[in-house]
Design a protein around this ligand. Structure first.
Ligand code: ATP
Length: 350
């Protein structure tokens, strides 16, 4: 069942197309992440569903109902912001109870519901503390509890983890996912962090200049980026610009693949560091390269490689299991090969 549906939604600020003809369906119970760089339109899209931004054209439906003329407070949504936005003069319990109090729910029902939510977001021990007496992660869990209190059809989360440090961010990300799956709320989650989007979402919409460049499940997005922008933005890929010769692009002896459709003269080949095979020693085959730098990262080691090419030096990264990398020293002359199956190539954008 479709929980949220957007059809041809457009919003322009002066000459900026914040949303450029967006059509999107979010299934019931799905968590969809909106991912993209600053200014791509993620927040405008989220705020349009919330009713805080009014699109110039297009239609938005929540649960099959057109919400164009419906005010934010009348929409079946809950919101979580980067800044927590808790009421400082209310305890955690009172903050979570607030949306129910304003809806004049009976006292006993409010108490029961808030107890359940405190348990859900694991804030029972902090229930009677004020926002300035809890950590950032706890504050955001309180905001999540408050957003879920009226049992909204759609949960809207706008960069909810941005204000937190890395360790808390990872933990709270998993916590949000656990809670969302437990209550089965449909959710729209804005982030500019690709690993966060892939970890938390059922599907990810990659946005650029007010448009959706690719909408896919995380593994597909990672393995099969469908545009040059998606390839650049998701996964830290090597990107090498190459000349098209006889319908193919090649990095000397490292790889040769057919040129992408639409590439007349030049194309960019994208491939991930873990798909670069590095070998040393007399029998090694592939393109000669020099290990400029070795960075030990625990399970893997990142190698910065320099490859002499026509007119200069190409620089690539390779990620190797550290055990394999141990026998290759910094400064070593190696050979590299990239499996053509893992190369995505796109015409050079104008
Ligand atoms: P960020 O991650 O930085 O929040 P975003 O992807 O959420 O970025 P939006 O906030 O949706 O981007 O903005 C999309 C574009 O619309 C930007 O170019 C922005 O400057 C512009 N914009 C957004 N709101 C307004 C406004 N109220 N008035 C004028 N321009 C706006």
């Amino acid at each position: 069942m479709t929980a949220v549906s957007l059809r041809g939604v457009t919003k322009q600020y002066g000459t900026v197309h914040a949303l450029d003809n967006i059509s999107l369906d979010i299934a019931s119970g799905e968590l969809l992440a909106l991912l993209g760089p600053s200014g791509c339109g993620k927040t405008t899209l989220l705020r349009s569903v919330a009713g805080l931004v009014h699109p110039d054209s297009g239609a938005i439906e929540i649960g099959g109902r057109d919400v164009s003329g419906v005010a934010t407070r009348e929409r079946p949504i809950g919101m979580v912001f980067q800044s927590y936005a808790l009421f400082p003069n209310m305890t955690v319990r009172e903050n979570i109870a607030f949306p129910l109090s304003v809806r004049r729910r009976p006292e006993a029902e409010i108490r029961r519901r808030v107890d359940d939510l405190l348990d859900l977001v694991r804030l029972v021990p902090q229930a009677d503390r004020y926002p300035n007496e809890i950590s950032g992660g706890q504050a955001q869990r309180c905001a999540l509890g408050r957003a879920l209190a009226p049992a909204p059809d759609v949960l809207l989360l706008d960069e909810p983890l941005s204000a937190l440090d890395a360790l808390v961010r990872g933990r709270l990300r998993d916590e949000i996912r656990r809670v969302q799956q437990l209550v089965k709320t449909t959710a729209l989650y804005v982030t500019h962090d690709q690993s966060e989007a892939m970890a938390i979402a059922d599907r990810v919409a990659v946005m650029n200049h007010g448009r959706i460049e690719q909408l896919a499940v995380p593994a597909e997005l990672y393995e099969e980026p469908s545009t040059s922008f998606a390839a650049t933005f998701v996964g830290s890929r090597n990107a090498v610009e190459l000349a098209v010769v006889d319908g193919r692009i090649a990095l000397a002896e490292a790889f040769s693949v057919p040129a992408p459709v639409g590439a007349a003269e030049r194309a960019i080949a994208f491939f991930r560091p873990e798909d670069v095979t590095v070998a040393a020693g007399p029998g090694a085959k592939g393109q000669p390269a020099t290990v400029e730098l070795k960075v030990y990262l625990g399970a893997t080691t990142k190698m910065h490689l320099a490859i002499p090419v026509e007119g200069g030096t190409a620089r690539l990264y390779a990620d190797l299991p550290s055990r394999d990398a141990a026998s290759i020293d910094q400064g070593a002359e190696v050979r590299i090969v990239v499996d053509p199956a893992h190369i995505r190539a796109f015409p050079v954008p104008d």
